[in-house]
Design a protein around this ligand. Sequence first.
Ligand code: ADP
Length: 321
Amino acid sequence: MFHEARIKLTAWYLLIIMAISLSFSGVIYVGVNNELARIESFQRTRIQRIVQGFPAPLEVSQTPDADAINESRLRIITTLALINFSILILSGIGGYFLAGLTLDPIAEMVDEQKEFISNASHELRTPLTSLMTEIEVSLRDKGLGLGQAKKLLESNLEDVRNMNKLSNYLLKLNKLGDGSAKLEFKKVDLEQIVEKAAENFNVKFNLELSKSEVVGNEESLTELVTILLDNAIKYSKKGGKIIVKTSGKTLTVQDFGIGIPDNDLPHIFDRFYRADSSRNKVSVDGYGLGLSIAKNIIDSHKANIKVESEEGKGTIFTVTF
Ligand code: ADP
């Protein structure tokens, strides 16, 4: 698909360059030809005057004859044709190269989108399959009691909740990713945002909050803090210490949990990336999307995020606005 587009783009580049080059050649030829015609008519008049007995200002042999003028005309046409042919070849090669450069980032984006869709479908299929299997097995079970049916519905509800969470993540990523979400920015108190986000968890955080005022979108920043707090809880021992600090233009979330292996660190902000250590833990649910959403929020605020982590010791996320 991209090869065809590259050829088409090259053809368009060629068409435009050749149209310009041929127009200039036409103008040059017309100009030179007029000049040659003027010399020709000048010479004709002079010969007529000599024939009529007027004295010649120059020897006739010193002025170009008709053959020489025609030869000049031919030479100009040949030179212009050669120039145009060279432009055709060079711009063909250059155009093909430029078309490649133009299309490369688009091809990369399409590949990323394809991978994203395939990952998203895969993640959606898992809870859907489990839902289907559970329902089918239960429907076949003639002696299904009310208690069992209730349990089944609870489990189904859990799957539906997971799918809902995933589709919300995907929508958010899509909106933030292409910049179509028009975020309203205003001065907000980061410490208040942290307090509000922390209240939604059933966990006690060590909050060390000093005055911190930044320009940002309150909803997105609450989402960002929620993601960092959620991860700190998920990847720590139950009841483990979690310190959250705000000061000046900085937010820090520190946990003393499992930490992130060095080789995973460069990838944790990639979509659907989960370190093996967390993927292997069945109890830790997640899709590997939280930190990519966090990164998009950080980018939309032109802020920075830094991660320091040591396996088995814990992790510190520092966001600087
Ligand atoms: P997930 O839904 O898996 O938590 P995230 O995008 O939020 O997805 O995080 C990506 C990966 O980064 C996680 O799977 C985990 O391996 C690692 N990670 C993120 N935060 C922490 C943390 N506080 N401690 C240890 N590992 C973390």
